[in-house]
Design a protein around this ligand. Structure first.
Ligand code: PMP
Length: 456
């Protein structure tokens, strides 16, 4: 129900058919004699009558009829880290990507303010023409140093980065081979490119190998797209295997590190640091500034040649404004703080391990979560997931439910984002509260609990 946040199955199915619904309609329309205006159906010109709009409205009605509140667009009245204020009430928050507590950190805020004081609130042009500022260059050097690549280019949004870069690097006659749980931005990029799109089963390296063996020869370029940490399940790819695969089949490899930069590896340098790979073995390292790096924007890290090519040609950079000074300053401040305080990453890892351990001990289904900053609690029932999230909300705990069709019904869940700011006490109390509420909402599930969590 309701707007999908991450993967969009309906859109992706249309994409799989390799012809978006709109285009099918256009093709039919082009060959037929145009109908008189009076015969054009209302659901093709009145937005309120669009079938997809009506379906959304029906979902809202269903939630209202069930006596539940819409869990989306809750209004937060201040900073969100381990806590947040909603409706005047302070709550424990498990619904923010502020993994390292960088947003709200005074030093990061000071870096953003200093950037505004020096450069203004906008760079007021594409960087290619007159928007290039020293702070862009400093930030890109710092990201490159963190990941270990030759160069970096930043963009104004993470989603936009994937769309425009994939849309540009491959095209008709090429193949995008991606994980079946790929983020919407990666799928949209593939659609924009006009390349053929093939998913492989989640994290199934052998299946990807088989597809490549069958298909590589039929395409000019093949782009393999994986993610550092997957945002629904909190698990991650076997990166060294994908590197070897890409090399064997002469394919390009792109890794989306939206949820792994700042999170994986002892110093938070991402999945490359976690596995100790040579950064040059990945063609495109993509990441966002909006999560662990306390800001907004996206980046591509890679070779000097790649970055120069993108800077001069990729539409979402060339024809768009440069990163605003405040956003660049905040990320730069966050990266510098991260370098001085790697213990933030260690704290995040310890919190995530504790959450996962307690949730497992409580008999909760945490799926394949690998102890990263994301831990799902899978209930396999959208209504119960919604009820549990509302019951926790009533107890001062904010956590987002993920419901059908964002995931399959049997995978409906609550999703916890762990941060370095959380305390062991918050973790214990949350898992205990979940157990108690589940005993009311879904006794059969709760009975599978092995032992209560101690709140001591
Ligand atoms: N890639 C992945 C894997 C994501 O999860 C997201 C957003 N959640 C993005 C890209 C887009 O990033 P942003 O929100 O910074 O635009």
């Amino acid at each position: 129900m309701l707007p999908q946040i991450e993967t969009c199955r309906e859109v992706s199915e249309a994409i799989l058919d390799h012809m978006p619904v709109k285009d099918q309609y256009r093709t039919q329309a082009a060959s037929a004699t145009p109908p008189p205006a009076a015969e054009i159906p209302v659901d093709s010109y009145d937005i309120a009558e669009f079938p997809e709009v009506r379906a959304l409205e029906q979902n809202f009605a269903m939630v209202r009829e069930a006596g539940l509140e819409n869990p989306y667009f809750s209004v937060h009245e201040g900073l969100t880290n381990d806590r947040t204020v909603i409706g005047g009430r302070e709550m424990v928050s498990w619904a923010t990507y502020n993994y390292l507590g960088m947003s709200g950190e005074p030093e990061v805020a000071a870096a953003a303010k200093a950037a505004i004081d020096r450069f203004g609130t906008s760079v007021s042009a594409s960087r290619l023409v007159s928007g290039e500022k020293t702070i862009h260059q400093e930030l890109e050097r710092e990201i490159a140093r963190t990941i270990g690549t030759e160069d970096v280019v930043t963009f104004v949004g993470g989603h936009a980065t994937n769309e425009t870069v994939i849309g540009h690097v491959v095209g008709p006659g090429d193949l995008v081979l991606h994980d079946s749980l790929a983020h919407n931005s990666l799928l949209q990029g593939a659609v924009l490119s006009g390349a053929r799109r093939r998913p492989f089963p989640h994290n199934d390296f052998d299946a990807a190998e088989k597809l490549l063996a069958q298909m590589r020869g039929q395409y000019r370029r093949v782009l393999i797209v994986i993610e550092g940490i997957y945002s629904m399940d909190g698990d991650f790819s076997e990166l060294p295997k994908f590197i070897a695969l890409a090399k064997r089949h002469r394919a390009l490899l792109m890794v989306d590190e939206a949820h792994s930069i700042g999170v994986m590896g002892p110093r938070g340098r991402g999945i490359g640091e976690h596995f100790g790979v040579n950064p040059a073995d990945v063609d495109l390292w993509m990441g966002t500034l909006s999560k662990a790096l306390g800001s907004c924007g996206g980046y591509i890290a890679g070779s000097k040649t790649l970055v120069r090519w993108l800077k001069y040609t990729v539409p979402g950079f060339v024809y768009s404004v440069g990163l605003p000074p405040a956003a660049a300053g905040a990320s730069l401040g966050a990266l510098r703080l991260l370098q001085r305080q790697p213990e933030r990453v260690a704290k995040l890892h310890a919190n995530a391990r504790l959450f996962l351990q307690l949730a497992r001990e409580a008999g909760l289904d945490t799926g394949p979560s690998g102890g990263s900053a994301i831990v799902p609690v899978i209930l396999g029932n959208s209504m119960n997931s919604l009820r549990l999230s509302r019951a926790l909300f009533a107890r001062g705990i904010s956590v987002q439910p993920i419901l059908y069709p964002a995931v399959e019904e049997r995978a409906a869940r609550l999703r916890f984002f762990i941060t370095s700011s959380h305390t062991p006490d918050q973790i214990r109390r949350t898992v205990a509260a979940m157990q108690e509420e589940l005993a009311r909402i879904d006794p059969a599930y709760a009975r599978s609990a092995q032992r209560p969590v101690s709140v001591a």
